[in-house]
Design a protein around this ligand. Structure first.
Ligand code: ADP
Length: 400
């Protein structure tokens, strides 16, 4: 069974074609700069050289058509007929409160996703567009939706409600949703496998640390709390997003700096985090580490605020779950930065976390990095959201 995974963003489309018999990737690619000048199609067949093509791509329809052309190409394609694709799995950022799992994208589901556009105005429209074009270009091939928010629908009311008038929850569905759900679910499942335990008996804290970051408490296999909330800006400090703020800061800054809604949004989503705290050094963690190693105070304070935030969430989630068996690090920073992992775990010995500096030298591969006598297992698990989407898609498809 072959499953195509599509992640349709505002100006790019990422794709991967899986052979689910052995979960291998037949080809993957990235269509970039859609609707902007100098569009590019990067196609990587697994058994051949990459093919990079420059071509005008005015819209997603053309982008997805070019993705199909690449997959079917006589020289560098990996399938002969569209009918070889058993199902398509789409990444969708926001599915609101209606879906706690992946589903077949029927007309009713599409309507529900459109209702969520106002909750994710930057992400859901290109996700929906990608699905509509795939439905059109691959008639008869089942299309599934895998939602970033779905895994977090198990979060209890006490953790998803904010302390504002309840009428705003009823009227506008203002609540914690959480994101990166596919990643948190994937690494939690892998952690259980590696530890040779059932996921249902474990308390795991998953730290997805990338450009966007979130931390999730996974108890008995389900998400019970997560650091991102209503939007994608709360929780720990991110590349350009601010993380948790005292709400009083928003009206204060709007008043002082005479900001519009758009202006304050630009600050909290695009100009804060690593970039803002470091006074413009970089939104990229590697640059900050390099500058911190040279003694740059701006980089040092930014990294300290970042790791302190993660540590605080780990403590909070251990309390929320009544303990913790494993802490998992994933995504760009979590998988690669031994310094971040060491700094986060430093001082958590009271909780039973003991990092082994030798084991912690690992990069981008699955490993237990805590010492043998550590009560809590610290782990590195590379995330693979595409494989998780493909697995969900194959499972739904098998039951159609
Ligand atoms: P996205 O959220 O865009 O998917 P990624 O998961 O790719 O982000 O993570 C990007 C972050 O990972 C950047 O801050 C980058 O600096 C960091 N990163 C990547 N490689 C390393 C590394 N070797 N050491 C430290 N940080 C790294």
């Amino acid at each position: 069974m072959k499953v195509l995974v599509v992640n349709s963003g505002s100006s790019s489309i990422k794709y991967q074609l899986f052979d689910m018999t052995d979960e291998s990737v037949l080809a993957k690619g990235l269509v970039e700069r859609i609707g902007i000048s100098d569009s590019i199609i990067n196609h990587y067949p697994s058994d051949r050289e990459p093919v990079i093509t420059h071509q005008d791509i005015p819209n997603h329809r053309v982008g997805i058509k070019l993705m199909m052309d690449a997959l079917l190409h006589s020289e560098y394609g990996v399938i002969k007929y569209v009918s070889e694709i058993s199902a398509v799995g789409h990444r969708v950022v926001h599915a609101g409160e209606k879906f706690s799992g992946s589903v077949l994208l029927t007309d009713e589901v599409m309507d529900a996703l459109k209702e969520c556009v106002e909750l994710a105005p930057l992400h859901n429209p290109p996700n929906i567009l990608g699905i509509e074009v795939c439905k059109e270009l691959m008639p008869g091939v089942p299309q599934m939706g895998v939602f970033d928010t779905a895994f977090h629908q198990t979060i209890p009311e006490c953790a998803y409600l904010y302390g504002i008038p309840y009428k705003f929850y009823k009227k506008y569905k203002v609540r914690r949703y959480g994101f990166h759900g596919t990643s948190h679910k994937f690494v939690a499942q892998r952690a259980a496998k590696i530890l040779e335990k059932s996921l249902e008996e474990l308390k795991i804290i998953t730290c997805h640390l990338g450009n966007g970051s979130s931390i999730t408490a996974v108890k008995n296999g389900v998400s019970v709390d997560t650091s991102l909330g209503f939007g994608t800006v709360a929780g720990i400090i991110m590349g350009t997003r601010c993380g948790d703020l005292d709400p009083a800061i928003i009206p204060f800054l709007m008043d002082k700096e005479k900001l519009t809604v758009e202006g304050i949004n630009k600050i909290i989503y695009k100009e804060s985090g690593f970039l803002g705290l470091s006074e413009g050094i970089s939104s990229d963690k590697r640059d900050l580490r390099e500058r911190a190693n040279q003694g740059d105070e701006r980089a040092i304070r930014t990294i300290s605020a970042f790791t302190y935030g993660i540590k605080k969430y780990i403590g909070a989630y251990a309390a929320a779950m009544g303990g913790v068996d494993a802490i998992v690090f994933t995504a760009g920073i979590g998988e690669n930065s031994k310094e971040t992992r060491a700094e986060v775990c430093e001082g958590l010995e009271f909780l039973g976390v003991k990092i082994d500096p030798e084991k912690n030298k690992v990069r981008a591969k699955e490993a237990i990095i805590s010492s043998n006598d550590s009560k809590v297992k610290a782990m590195v698990i590379p995330t693979n959201e595409e494989l998780m989407i493909a697995k969900d898609t194959a499972e739904i498809s098998a039951n159609l």
